[in-house]
Ligand binder design. Structure first.
Ligand code: KIV
Ligand code: ZN
Length: 388
């Protein structure tokens, strides 16, 4: 191994502000946007069929998602037909908005527009990589040319949907953390500028950790910089979309919420490219454990796990936060003893807030076995567990 091979790839904002860290937790849950059917699906060994996507879509609706990225319709016929089926077969409930991904290229934007024609509500999500590596080696474009490409794409979208107030717009500067913050601000502002004339819509700037290269507080400081400097901040929604290459997507998302973000894109159980996306179930239940309404119905987690495993072919690890088979199981004798005593105390004290040692939430709230039934015996259990 050779650490000299590596350098820090992220770019810190000028005079980074970390004052947001004094905030303990968000005041309310963010707007959740599931990207299971697009980012999650594109990372599967065997992507879902249209029927499976339809079933998964209905299940996401049942869990309470109000914004769902349903695909990249210009990428393939299957994707295009799936989006059309959702619209033509009237499968989108009145309070749900579908989201579709497009590159900033004319033919792709026009095909995307055909895919969502007649949708009751939609978000057109345009992305374009903005980092120096992409500009130099992938696109061969200067800063000005990159901005021009975003501006042209955004202008075309604004023109196509100018008479359809039910379509909102989202822009993501792909590889945001490696992009110079002043330049990220410039590309996002260019997209917003093209969309400003269509005043009534609250558009979205989505800041993706396309690949996770930094500790979570660095990403949050980058989000904070955009939150403070984007034009017409009150009229837009700031969203984040973290991948999990360093295993910190949940932490990065939570810190970004403290630093100014108000919407979160992610997937159930963190399925997604490479090490995955931010896991929306962990994020929602982390909020729940702090006494915040998570805005999703996760009360039948075994069913949710089974649907996910069947649709994706993925397996949930046994130690997955909240949802793994062993997550609420105590083998150690001292843990077992403390859980049993905590449960007895709660039973004797109706109305008392949850305070059982070793159990961050009541497992029965999400349909899991009760705290004392989670006790299992192994060679570490000792007298406490056997006595219990
Ligand atoms: O991870 C990413 O950068 C993406 C964009 C398309 C938002 O998925
Ligand atoms: Zn992604």
């Amino acid at each position: 191994m050779n650490p000299e091979k590596y350098r820090k790839q992220y770019r810190l904002p000028p005079a980074p502000d970390f004052s947001w860290i004094t905030k303990e937790c968000p005041d309310a849950c963010p707007v959740w946007c599931s990207v299971d059917l697009r980012d999650g699906n594109q990372a599967l060994v065997a992507p879902m069929t249209a029927e499976e996507k339809l079933y998964f879509f209905s299940y996401l609706v049942k869990l309470g998602f109000k914004e769902i990225e349903v695909g990249f319709p210009a990428a393939s016929d299957t994707e295009f037909r799936f989006v059309r089926a959702l619209i033509d077969e009237k499968r989108i409930p009145d309070d749900v908005t579908i989201q579709v991904l497009t590159q900033a290229r004319e033919s792709i934007i026009r095909r995307t527009a055909e895919a969502i024609k007649g949708a009751p509500r939609a978000i057109v999500h345009m992305y374009s990589a903005s980092s120096p590596v992409f500009r130099k080696y992938v696109f061969g474009k200067s800063r000005d040319e990159t901005v021009a490409m975003v501006r042209e794409g955004a202008a075309l979208i604004a023109d196509i949907f100018k008479d359809d107030p039910n379509v909102r717009f989202e822009f993501s500067p792909e590889c945001f953390p490696e992009t110079e913050p002043d330049f990220a601000l410039r590309v996002c502002s260019a997209a917003l500028d093209e969309w400003r004339a269509l005043k009534s819509r609250r558009n979205i700037i989505n800041l993706p950790v396309t690949v996770e290269y930094s500790m979570p507080h660095i990403f949050a400081s980058q989000v904070n910089y955009l939150s403070k400097n984007l034009p017409n901040r009150d009229n837009l929604i700031l969203s984040v979309h973290a991948h999990n290459d360093r295993g910190c997507a949940v932490a990065a998302t939570e810190m970004a919420l403290l630093a100014g973000a108000e919407r979160v894109e992610g997937t159930l159980f963190g399925n997604g490219e490479r090490a995955g996306n931010a896991d929306l179930i962990t994020l929602a239940l982390n909020m729940y454990a702090l006494g915040i309404d998570p805005g999703l119905d996760l009360s039948h987690i075994a069913e949710t796990s089974a649907v996910y495993e069947k649709m994706t072919g993925m397996q949930i690890p046994e130690r997955m936060p909240y949802t793994g088979k062993l997550t609420f199981t105590a083998f150690s004798g001292s843990h077992q003893d403390a859980i049993a005593k905590g449960m007895r105390h709660l039973e004797a004290s109706p109305g008392e807030k949850w305070c059982v040692p070793y159990l961050p939430i009541d497992p029965t709230d999400i349909g899991r076995e009760s705290g004392d039934r989670a006790i299992r015996i192994n060679s570490q259990s000792g007298r406490g567990g056997i006595g219990y």
